[in-house]
Write a protein that binds this ligand. Structure first.
Ligand code: GDP
Ligand code: CO
Length: 391
């Protein structure tokens, strides 16, 4: 059964972007929930409807295969499963093992699966002449998490999904993965709007392997990114806010109509850029009288769901954290959200927390709105010797 979400008590509107306050998972299983106000849950029928309309994208780059297997097995069968891999093919063919594990799952359950490799030369032809040409070099699509997620969005659109959700492949707890998927279905149903997004906030977060696992309330990077976004919004609006709690959420889902119309950033800038770009065009842009918000008249609804399972993922070291923080904060630094104070704050955070002395990197920005996913993905699959399309 699905999760039971608390209906958020309030939201804050920034132009055409509505940010909802935290909506906690108050029940992991809503079987036999009696109708009452204050909470929202889908019944079996509703759950199946939303699950089958939501494609789940798993980006993966050389993660522990046992952990990867746990993740793909935790994605509800009704949702098409899309694996976008950037894993090595030599000297050890990690990618081949990912394909085998996914194929086995398909054989056992008959579920729909698509596995694609980012460094597949078939992308070069498939994307030639489209506005995503910048995504490729001679060896395929460039490395980067954001770049992989864009491919996931195109495959989801090709599958005619209505929603797309992302779940990292280094999640050690399969029960958490299942809760993320359930929270997407339920949150998207609760939002019930054309341009909607559900972003996960972890109740507790930890990293493995460590001497002793520490359950942190928020990730080490997201604490700072959330603070900077809230500070930027507070200084612009001149009313303080703490509404943003999910700036770095790798676990998030959205309507395809939103995914195809909004700009995307490469690498680890991707999650924060979603918020920075939406706020830039649909809040500050609108206030300044520019007509650049693509989501009118409906506007964009952003829900933030706090899940209950601990989020345990792989420890990747301090350099990784610094790079991630710089790329992530760079999306705010170079946006209309950043006045001088915000820029100074970003530089200070990067130096004090990550010994990162440079200006943050400018985000690589990609646009999907003029791309035809049907034609790109059919071309890619016809050409590819690496992809798996089964179910
Ligand atoms: P963190 O959890 O924010 O520290 O970032 P991770 O390094 O764990 O990356 C998040 C997810 O993206 C993991 O599942 C990675 O395997 C995956 N990932 C990282 N880089 C790439 C990439 O270049 N391409 C793809 N397809 N996935 C990637
Ligand atoms: Co991770």
């Amino acid at each position: 059964m699905g999760v039971v979400l608390r209906v958020p008590l309030k939201f804050e509107k920034f132009g055409a972007v509505s940010f909802y306050d935290v909506s906690e998972v108050v029940g992991l299983n809503g079987l036999s929930l009696r109708e009452r106000g204050g909470v929202f849950s889908l019944n079996g029928h509703g759950l199946e409807e939303y699950a089958s309309k939501t494609a789940i994208v798993i980006p993966v780059k050389d993660e522990d295969l046992n952990v990867f297997e746990g993740v793909i097995r935790a994605v509800p069968l009704a949702s098409p499963l899309i694996v976008v891999s950037a894993s090595s093919t030599s000297p050890i063919d990690v990618y081949e093992r990912e394909v085998e594990l996914t194929k086995l799952l398909n054989n056992l359950t008959g579920r729909r699966v698509v596995v694609v490799h980012q460094r597949d030369k078939a992308w070069v032809e498939a994307l030639a002449g489209t506005s995503l040409e910048d995504l490729v070099d001679s060896g395929g699509v460039r490395l980067g998490k954001g770049e992989g997620m864009i491919l996931g969005v195109l495959v989801a659109a090709w599958l005619k999904a209505k929603y797309v959700g992302f779940i990292d492949s280094d999640n050690y707890i399969p029960g958490a993965v299942s809760e993320y998927a359930m929270s997407y279905y339920t949150g998207l149903a609760m939002a019930n709007s054309k341009y909607s997004m559900v972003r996960i906030i972890w109740h507790y977060k930890g990293k493995l392997p460590t001497e002793d696992v520490i359950f942190r309330k928020r990730g080490r990077v997201s604490v700072n990114t959330n603070a900077v976004l809230n500070y930027a919004l507070s200084s612009y609006r001149k009313i303080e806010t703490e509404i943003v709690k999910s700036a770095n959420s790798g676990e998030h889902a959205m309507s395809l109509e939103l995914a195809l119309k909004m700009p995307w950033a490469g690498r680890f800038a991707v999650e924060t850029f979603e918020l920075a770009a939406l706020l830039e065009s649909c809040y500050i842009g609108l206030e300044l009288g520019f007509r650049e918000c693509n989501f009118l008249p409906e506007g964009v609804k952003i829900l933030q769901v706090e899940t209950r399972n601990p989020h345990i993922h792989a420890e990747k070291g301090d350099t990784h954290l610094a790079q991630m923080a710089a790329e992530s904060l760079g999306t705010i630094y170079y946006s209309a959200l950043a006045n001088e104070d915000v820029k100074v704050l970003i530089r200070r955070i990067l130096i004090e927390n990550y010994f990162y002395e440079d200006e943050p990197p400018t985000p690589l920005v990609y646009r999907l709105d003029n791309v035809n996913p049907q034609s790109v993905i059919s071309k890619y699959l016809a050409e590819s010797k690496l992809a798996l399309d089964a179910g």
